[in-house]
Design a protein around this ligand. Structure first.
Ligand code: DAH
Length: 348
C-alpha cells in the first residue's frame, strides 16, 4: 500500500463505508482503472524479474483482498436496504380493499333509454338517421319553406358543403323511416338522437337530444295520438300525472298540439319550475301533414298518421327540477352522481 496506509486499514475503510457512494469511491481509489493497485501493477514491467515476481504476488493478493471486501460489504448493504424496504412497506392484510370506481350511465342516457323502453313496449321500433342531414330532409320534406325562420343562419349549424346542415331536430327521420318502409303499413317508429341548434344559455345547449315518434296507418286520428302519448307519459312519470293538450303550430303537422304535464316539483300547485302555472310542456305533436306523408312515399288520401317530438334534456330538467341544463354537460361526477341513487332514475 502507500507509505501511509496498510492493507488492514484499507479493508477497515471498506467495512466502515456508510453509503454506496462511499463504497464506490473506495473501489475507484484502489482497484479502479486509475486506482492505486492497478497503477502499481502497470509499473511492474519496470522492475527486475525477481522484484516483479515478489511485488506482483503481493499486489495480486492485495487486489484479491480488496475485491472480496468490497463484494462482502456490498452484500451487507443490499441486505440492509432490503430489510429497510420490508419494514417500511409492510402489508396490512386486515385493511379493507380498494374498490375500483364503477362506471355509471349519464343521467341523460338513462333518461333516453327509459323513454325508449316505454315506447318499445307500446309497440314502436327504433329508427335512425344521420346527424349531418341534407336541407331537404331537415326542412323541405317536412314542409318547412326556404324562408322559414328555423332555416336562418342564426339558428342552424350549416356545414361547409352546400345543402348540408347539422340536423336541428329528429323529424327528418320521419321521412327516412317512411321511405325505408316503401309504402308498407303500419309505420310505427321512434327516432332518438342528437340534434343541434345555435342556442347556448341556462336552458339550451347547442347539442341536445330528442326522441321523435311517427305512426302511419289507415284511420289514424287525434285520439290515437292523445291515447298513446298519455299512456307513455303515465308510464314515465307515474299514473297520477295530469295531462293536457293545447293547440299549437308546426309546419309538418295539421292540426298541431303541444302536450303539458302537471309539474312534478309542485304537483300542480305552482312553483318556479312551472312558472306558477302548475303545468310544464313536454312535447310537440300533431297529425302528420299531407305533404310530409307524400314526401315519405305515402298517399295522404289513403293513410294518416301522428307524430311527436320530445326534447330529452327538457324532460329531464322538468322531472329533476333543474335550473341550469349546462351542469349536466360539465361532467362533474359529484353532480351527476346525485341522479343515480336507487338504481333507476328517481322520477316521481
Ligand atoms: N321537431 C319539433 C322541434 O324540434 C318537435 C316536433 C313537433 C316534432 C311536432 C314532431 C311534431 O314530430 O309532430 O321543435
Amino acid at each position: 500500500m502507500t507509505e501511509s496506509t496498510s492493507l488492514a486499514s484499507v479493508l477497515e475503510d471498506i467495512a466502515r463505508a456508510d453509503s454506496e457512494t462511499a463504497l464506490q469511491d473506495l473501489r475507484l481509489k484502489w482497484v479502479g482503472k486509475k486506482g492505486w493497485i492497478t497503477q502499481q501493477m502497470k509499473e511492474l514491467g519496470a522492475l527486475s524479474p525477481e522484484d516483479r515476481r515478489v511485488r506482483g504476488a503481493e499486489l495480486n493478493e492485495w487486489r484479491q483482498a480488496v475485491l472480496e471486501a468490497l463484494a462482502e460489504k456490498e452484500a451487507v448493504m443490499r441486505d440492509e436496504a432490503e430489510r429497510r424496504t420490508l419494514a417500511s412497506e409492510s402489508l396490512d392484510l386486515t385493511l379493507p380493499g380498494r374498490r375500483p370506481a364503477v362506471g355509471l350511465l349519464h343521467p341523460l342516457t338513462r333518461m333516453r333509454r327509459r323513454i325508449e323502453d316505454v315506447l318499445v313496449r307500446l309497440g314502436f321500433s327504433l329508427a335512425y338517421g344521420p346527424q349531418i342531414e341534407s336541407e331537404w330532409y331537415n326542412f323541405e320534406a317536412l314542409n318547412m319553406p326556404v324562408d322559414h325562420p328555423a332555416r336562418d343562419m342564426q339558428d342552424s349549424f350549416f356545414v361547409d358543403v352546400p345543402g348540408l346542415v347539422l340536423r336541428t331536430h329528429t323529424s327528418p327521420v320521419q321521412i327516412r323511416a317512411m321511405q325505408q318502409h316503401h309504402g308498407r303499413l303500419p309505420v310505427k317508429v321512434i327516432a332518438p338522437g342528437m340534434t343541434y341548434r345555435r342556442d347556448d344559455d341556462a336552458t339550451h345547449v347547442p347539442m341536445f337530444q330528442q326522441v321523435e315518434g311517427l305512426v302511419v296507418d289507415t284511420h289514424i286520428s287525434l285520439a290515437d295520438l292523445t291515447g298513446t302519448l298519455t299512456a307513455m307519459v303515465r308510464e314515465l312519470l307515474g299514473p297520477e300525472v295530469g295531462t293536457r293538450f293545447r293547440p299549437s303550430y308546426f309546419p309538418f303537422t295539421e292540426p298541431s298540439v303541444e302536450m303539458d304535464v302537471t309539474c312534478a316539483v309542485c304537483q300542480g300547485s305552482g312553483c318556479r319550475v312551472c312558472k306558477d302555472t302548475g303545468w310544464v310542456e313536454i312535447l310537440g305533436s300533431g297529425i302528420v301533414h299531407p305533404v310530409v306523408l307524400k314526401n315519405g312515399g305515402y298517399d295522404p288520401e289513403r293513410v294518416s298518421g301522428f307524430a311527436f317530438g320530445m326534447g330529452i334534456e327538457r324532460v329531464a330538467m322538468r322531472i329533476f327540477g333543474l335550473d341550469d341544463l349546462r351542469l349536466l354537460y360539465q361532467n362533474d361526477l359529484r353532480y351527476l352522481e346525485r341522479f343515480q341513487s336507487g338504481g333507476g332514475l328517481d322520477i316521481q
